[in-house]
Design a protein around this ligand. Structure first.
Ligand code: ZN
Length: 456
């Protein structure tokens, strides 16, 4: 008797414990406190136009109940998205626990005002918590509506630019501008703010009309603000067409025998003949070298470093001009065609080379067909190039003054004799240096335009 009673008491107690445990588990499950997850991308600081967002919400326990997306501006609240997920199966076991969606917010369509706006995402689950409303997850993302493009306008007036030459525009950009400059067709030339605090928004932009521009180019000012709004502005300009010289160059076997040892660093297919090696140098290596020059544009100082007319190699004859089209002949056959992107100046062998203007050394090295080469940055995108040198007398990064001896002429690289190959680049684009040796040209096209900065 005693033993049986003990057993039944034990069973009853066990059942009660079991029921309590089950009830506890059940309550824990239906009243679970885990909030739904929300992942929203991207999270932009500004809204300048229609913006698409990707949203992933999840609730791995009781499942998703409600999703609400809205934008709030002042007292306005605009619903963007609302979705209720059905309750399915025992304890919503067949409900939705993960949901992906995309939505767009267009400040114009929603008639939002400029300024602060909040994007709000609210998600509830099927937990019985919070009086049956479920667990709430909420994220708020602050943005600024800015759909007004920056203002940009040219202050300088007449812009007569030669094909293969340089132009300068002085322009004003509104204070929200973060990047501005000028496009010549699809080539971008950055503008540079002039340093003075009182002149904020005043910019100078040197640009080039590349020598191979076919028709009248489309040239316009361009600005971007921090919200990503873009502006374009036209200004008056006129491009003068220019006829470049042509030159016939005979490649003799003697020339090849003299020149090829210098290019021993090139790994040629041993099957190639000397003229085939020459063509690889003249085409592929030339292109590679020119991209090294182009990449130097990012090294420029935002301030103007140069002053006055530029110096040309003393007592030198011009052996080849900028933009010359060179036709290469071998044994009477035309084998190649290239454009000369600088001016060749010949004086006595190993003549002293002076810095053409104030600047800083941004390149000094052997550079393929150009031989021993040095590049000076003169600020605001302008740079000068000195090639085929026999010696360089300045260090990398060194500041040099106009007229300072920076090296000696030579015939390193692809050079037929001792000469200086001199080039000027505007934001990495080679232009005709002759303009910069002409004080009248500088006065009319640069100095007069820069005087606007003193008047404003
Ligand atoms: Zn040259």
């Amino acid at each position: 008797m005693g033993k049986r009673k003990k057993t039944s008491t034990f069973l009853a107690l066990g059942s009660v414990v079991l029921v309590l445990v089950l009830l506890g588990w059940f309550l824990c499950v239906i009243f679970e406190g885990e909030k739904p997850g929300i992942a929203l991308r991207p999270l932009p600081d500004f809204l300048s136009g229609s913006q698409e967002f990707g949203l992933t919400i999840s609730d791995m326990k009781r499942g998703l109940r409600i999703l609400e997306v809205s934008v709030k501006q002042g007292r306005r609240e605009i619903s963007v998205l609302e979705k209720t997920f059905p309750f399915k199966g025992l304890l919503n076991s067949e409900g939705i626990d993960r949901y992906n969606t995309r939505f767009s917010i267009d400040p114009r369509k929603l008639n939002l005002a400029q300024g602060r706006v909040d994007l709000e995402v609210r998600v509830r689950d099927y937990s019985r918590r919070n009086g049956g409303d479920g667990n709430l997850s909420l994220i708020q993302h602050k943005m600024v509506v800015d759909t007004i493009p920056p203002a940009i306008r040219a202050l300088s007036r007449m812009h007569y630019v030669n094909l293969g030459g340089t132009g300068l525009v002085v322009y004003q950009a509104s204070s929200d501008t973060v990047e501005s400059g000028l496009f010549v067709n699809d080539v971008f030339f950055p503008g540079f703010q002039t340093g003075r605090e009182s002149q904020r928004g005043l910019n100078v932009c040197y640009f080039a009309i590349p020598h191979d521009t076919k028709a009248q180019p489309e040239i316009y000012l361009w600005a971007k603000d921090k919200a990503g709004n873009l502006s374009k502005a036209n200004f008056y300009y006129h491009m003068r067409r220019k006829r470049f010289q042509t030159e016939r160059i005979n490649i003799t076997d003697r020339f090849l025998r003299r020149i090829l040892p210098y290019f021993a660093f090139c790994t040629f297919d041993p099957q190639l003949s000397d003229i085939e090696k020459f063509l690889k140098i003249n085409q592929e290596l030339r292109q590679e070298n020119n991209s090294v020059f182009y990449n130097l544009r990012t090294e420029t100082d935002p301030k103007r470093l140069w002053k006055g007319t530029w110096i040309r190699l003393k007592n030198a004859a011009t052996m080849a001009g900028f933009g010359d089209r060179r036709f290469y002949y071998h044994k009477g056959q035309k084998v190649d065609e290239q454009v000369h992107l600088g001016v060749d100046l010949a004086s006595l062998a190993n003549s002293e080379v002076q810095a053409s203007n104030n600047g800083r050394v941004i390149f000094r090295d052997r550079l393929g067909i150009y031989g021993l080469t040095m590049v000076l940055d003169h600020g605001q995108g302008l740079a000068s190039v000195y090639s085929h040198l026999s010696e360089i007398r300045v260090a990398m990064g060194q500041e040099v003054m106009k007229g300072e001896v920076i090296g000696l002429t030579g015939q390193t690289g692809l050079a037929g004799g001792d000469h200086l190959h001199f080039g000027i680049m505007v934001n990495g684009v080679f232009i005709n240096p002759v303009e910069w040796w002409d004080s009248h040209w500088i006065q009319d096209n640069v100095t007069r335009k820069l005087e606007i900065l003193d008047r404003e």
